[in-house]
Design a protein around this ligand. Structure first.
Ligand SMILES: [Zn+2]
Length: 59
């Protein structure tokens, strides 16, 4: 999972990182240490984005 060498978007340290994709097409990378926070962040963002899209289609 942590196969990409890069900078973690959460702690800004250089290490092996995993990719996290947002539903709007963006993606961020997190190291093993930040993975739990990253997963939560991405899930919350995606949930908010989905809600916004639902509101758009309803009006
Ligand atoms: Zn990190």
């Amino acid at each position: 999972m942590f196969t990409i060498e890069g900078v973690c978007d959460w702690c800004k340290k250089l290490s092996l990182v995993a990719k996290h994709e947002y539903i709007d097409g963006l993606c961020h990378h997190s190291c093993a240490e930040c993975n739990d926070i990253a997963k939560l962040d991405v899930r919350q963002f995606n949930a908010a984005e989905r809600q916004q899209q639902e509101r758009k289609t309803q009006s």
